[in-house]
Design a protein around this ligand. Structure first.
Ligand code: HAM
Length: 416
């Protein structure tokens, strides 16, 4: 016998069976609805990018590029990378068509991204990430809008203000500090990385890291927000949004951020971690041409938000698209059952699945239950002759009889 292949998926990626996929689609449709509501339009691009897109100066040193990209050489000797994030791709797309596109430009996308990570709770090797970005504006109102979209999405999922906290930091403040202290590019990167890991390491380790870089702790822990961030926070508070704070330790991992940066944290005591984040990046398109094009946006992953919603019972229960299952006592009735559904149910808009009648009726009903299909009809010779059918509610066991002409109406009126 030949060696069998494992039916497990590749490490760190997920198979989506229908119930999981329904959850995924719910998350995507909520993202899409809110992004479109505030004037963002959807774009897409290929998963494959030339590897050099991630090797621009400044990025080549980053953990994500050095250790986490899936890169291969194609048959034509080109180095190709599976996109680990969408920001370089969208910057490339906007730079390529900057003459045609209207600014300010509001763009969103829901790409799947690949990172060679050690799989763990909240971190996988493939995830989907809502990307919401504004190009062509330096206005503080654009920064505030991006945070507001993030907030609006959390609320649309049913989260309350007490469930999450928006922590806003400033790359500009840090960049000034780096200049003031005269830190080298390498030390600056180490400082970003140290601040980024702050909540994951001990206070001693953090203090030691600062000391090694020659940075005194009071320099990075001043709770005095810079003026622009203070204005954003005040506007949110005036609008009754109180779960937003200034946090000088928020820096974010990528070196392309230049101004406001933010991260949204779960406030659950057992899950106090970052859910997603973003910020302002004013120089990214300079890898394509010299004309500056400011950007601000965020990326929200499906893995962390899904855990957040599941823990709080905020995910909708699964309902299959199929409303009714038709069981038949013998295989010869399959054609007639199909004709019945094709006349009295499907054209009216009722989704129907029909068993092939190869097993006992009780087994056919078990299949309907496994698929969580809410209703069952048994179509046998009697039903075909009389034209009256019994509809069984598979949850309550309740039964109702309908003439074939009034059947569709019953299903179409459900939930009305
Ligand atoms: P990021 O912080 O690397 O930023 O990723 C954004 C979010 O994507 C994370 O906070 C998390 O929700 C999710 N995420 C990232 N990596 C993984 C993973 N391995 N498994 C599961 N979820 C993950 C960016 O990617 C920026 N490009 C976002 C951005 C857009 N900034 C401005 N515009």
């Amino acid at each position: 016998m030949s060696k069998k292949i494992s039916s497990e998926p590749y490490k760190g990626v997920r198979d989506f069976y229908p119930e999981d996929y329904a959850t995924q689609k719910y998350i995507f449709s909520t993202w899409r609805k809110i992004a479109e509501r505030v004037g963002y339009v959807e774009y897409e691009a290929s998963i494959l990018e030339p590897a050099e897109l991630y090797k621009a100066k400044g990025a080549d040193n980053e953990e994500i590029v050095k250790e986490q990209t899936y890169t291969f050489v194609d048959r034509g000797d080109r180095e190709v990378t599976l996109r680990p994030e969408m920001t370089p791709t969208v910057a490339r797309m906007v730079a390529a068509k900057r003459r045609e596109l209207g600014f300010p430009l509001r763009f969103f996308s829901i790409p799947n991204l690949f990172r060679y990570e050690r799989p763990q709770r909240g971190r996988l090797r493939e995830h989907w990430q809502l990307n919401v970005d504004i190009f062509g504006s330096r206005s503080l109102a654009a920064d505030a809008e991006i945070i507001a979209v993030a907030y609006g999405i959390m609320r649309a999922f049913g989260a309350e203000n007490k469930d999450f906290e928006i922590r806003v930091g400033s790359r500009a403040v840090l960049n000034n500090l780096i200049t003031e202290l005269g830190l080298s590019e390498d030390s600056a990167k180490q400082l970003f990385s140290l601040l980024d890991r702050r909540t994951k390491i001990s206070a001693e380790e953090f203090g030691q890291g600062l000391a090694d870089l020659g940075v005194s702790a009071d320099k990075i822990s001043s709770n005095e927000p810079p003026e622009d961030i203070a204005k954003i926070l005040q506007d949110f508070r005036d609008a009754g949004i109180d779960n937003i704070v200034y946090d000088p330790s928020i820096v974010r991992g990528f070196s392309y951020y230049t101004g406001m940066v933010f991260e949204v944290f779960d406030t659950h005591p057992e899950n106090n971690r970052s859910l997603f984040g973003g910020g302002r990046y004013d120089n990214l398109t300079q890898m394509f041409d010299d004309e500056p094009l400011p950007g601000v946006g965020f990326g929200m992953g499906d893995v962390t938000i899904r855990d957040f919603l599941a823990v709080r019972n905020l995910l909708p229960p699964y309902t299959p698209p199929t409303k009714v299952y038709i069981a038949i006592p013998s295989p010869e009735l399959a054609t007639e059952a199909n004709t019945f559904a094709g006349r009295y149910l499907r054209p009216q808009g009722v989704n129907v699945a029909i068993d092939f009648g190869e097993r006992k009726l009780s087994d056919q009903i078990k299949t309907a239950t496994k698929h969580k299909i809410p209703y069952l009809i048994v179509l046998g010779p009697d039903e075909f002759t009389s034209g009256n059918v019994k509809v069984r509610d598979l949850t309550s066991g309740e039964e109702k009889i309908f003439t074939k002409e009034l059947l569709a109406e019953f299903f179409l009126n459900l939930g009305k």
